[in-house]
Ligand binder design. Structure first.
Ligand code: NAD
Length: 289
C-alpha cells in the first residue's frame, strides 16, 4: 500500500500533524499557501510541495487541516481531474478540519463516485495534541475507508472514535465545541461572580476544579491561558466563532430547541472581542469585568 501522506494546510494544527507523521516515518509531503509555513514544515522532515496538485498526484492519503468547509470543498473541486486521472490508485482523504456535516457528506459521495475515500475526522487537543500525536479524533465515514486509514489515524491520535456515517464526525465535533464555547462563557461568569462577591477568583477556580463545576476549560484553558494573561492558546477566536455558528445552524436545521446555546451563539457572534485575528480572549474573566 502507498503510505505516502500529504498534509494540506500547515497551520497551528496541520504543521504539528505533519511533523508527527514525519517523525513516525511516514513519507510526508506538505502544502500550504503560505511560504513561511512550508519553510517550517521543511525544517522538520516534511517534504514541501510547490503545488496542491502534486499532493493529489503523489499521496496515498491526504490529511486536510484547513480553516473552513469552503476551503475543504475548494481544494477537492480544484483537483477533480487529478482524482479522475489516478484510475486504480485509490486516495483516501482524512479531513481533520472542523467542517460542515452536509459538506462532508457531499464530498464523501463525490469521492466515492470516483473510487476514492473521504473521512470527516475533526480533532480536539490543540496544537500541543497535534505535535505530540495525541489528538482526539471523531470520525464519520465508511468502515472500509477507516480501516485502510487506521495506521495514519493512529499515528496522529491518542483516541479515535468512529461516530457513524459521513458527516457524523463533524456533528460530534460541533456538539463538543458548542460545549467548550459555553464553558468559556460560564466559567468567566462564575469567576466574575466570585470577584463581585469579594472572593479571590484564583481561589474560586481551585474550588471549581476540585468540585462539580469543572471542565477542560476550567482545568486547562483558564490556568494556562487566562489567569496567566497569555491568551494565545493556538485556537483563534475566529475559528471558535465559526464552530459556534455552525452548531447554531445545525440546531436550526434539525429543529433542536437549545435556549442557552442560543444565548451563547449570540455572545460569540456579536462581541467585539470575538475578533477573527485574535486568539481566545473570551476565556478572560478580566475582559468581562
Ligand atoms: P490555521 O489558520 O492556523 O491554519 C490553516 C492553514 O491552512 C493556514 O496555514 C493557511 O495558510 C492554510 N490554507 C488555507 N487555505 C489553503 C489552501 N487552499 N491550500 C493550502 N493551505 C491552505 O488554523 P488551525 O488552527 O490550524 O485550524 C485548522 C482547522 O482545525 C480548523 O478547521 C479549526 O477549526 C480546526 N481545529 C483547530 C484547533 C486549534 O486548537 N487550533 C483545534 C481543533 C480543531
Amino acid at each position: 500500500a502507498d503510505v505516502t501522506v500529504g498534509v494540506i494546510g500547515l497551520g497551528s494544527m496541520g504543521l504539528g500533524m505533519a511533523q508527527t507523521l514525519a517523525q513516525k516515518e511516514f513519507a510526508t509531503l506538505g502544502f500550504d499557501l503560505s511560504q513561511d509555513r512550508l519553510k517550517l514544515a521543511a525544517e522538520s522532515g516534511v517534504q514541501p510541495l510547490s503545488s496542491l496538485g502534486e499532493a493529489f498526484e503523489k499521496s496515498g492519503f491526504l490529511v486536510f487541516s484547513l480553516p473552513t468547509a469552503k476551503d475543504v470543498a475548494k481544494v477537492v473541486n480544484d483537483n477533480l481531474q487529478i482524482l479522475k486521472d489516478r484510475g486504480d490508485r485509490r486516495l483516501i482523504i482524512i479531513d481533520t478540519s472542523t467542517s460542515e456535516p452536509d459538506v462532508s457528506r457531499d464530498l464523501a459521495a463525490q469521492l466515492a463516485a470516483l473510487g476514492h475515500g473521504f473521512l470527516d475526522a475533526p480533532v480536539s487537543g490543540g496544537p500541543a495534541g497535534a505535535a505530540s500525536g495525541k489528538l482526539a479524533m471523531m470520525i464519520g465515514g465508511a468502515d472500509g475507508d477507516l480501516a485502510n486509514a487506521m495506521p495514519v489515524i493512529e499515528a496522529m491520535t491518542a483516541k479515535a472514535l468512529h461516530v457513524g456515517p459521513s458527516g457524523a464526525g463533524n456533528v460530534a465535533k460541533l456538539v463538543n465545541n458548542l460545549l467548550a464555547a459555553a464553558h468559556m462563557v460560564t466559567t468567566s461568569e462564575g469567576l466574575k461572580l466570585a470577584l463581585a462577591a469579594g472572593i479571590d477568583p484564583e481561589a474560586a477556580l481551585r474550588v471549581v476544579n476540585a468540585a462539580s463545576g469543572r471542565s477542560m476549560i476550567s482545568e486547562v484553558h483558564f490556568p494556562t491561558w487566562v489567569m496567566s494573561d497569555r491568551f494565545d492558546s493556538g485556537f483563534s477566536m475566529g475559528l471558535m466563532r465559526k464552530d459556534v455558528r455552525l452548531a447554531k445552524e445545525l440546531a436550526d436545521r434539525t429543529d433542536a430547541l437549545l435556549p442557552l446555546s442560543d444565548v451563547v451563539a449570540q455572545l460569540w457572534a456579536g462581541s467585539d472581542w470575538a475578533d477573527t485575528d485574535d486568539f481566545t480572549r473570551m476565556g478572560s474573566f478580566k475582559s468581562l469585568k
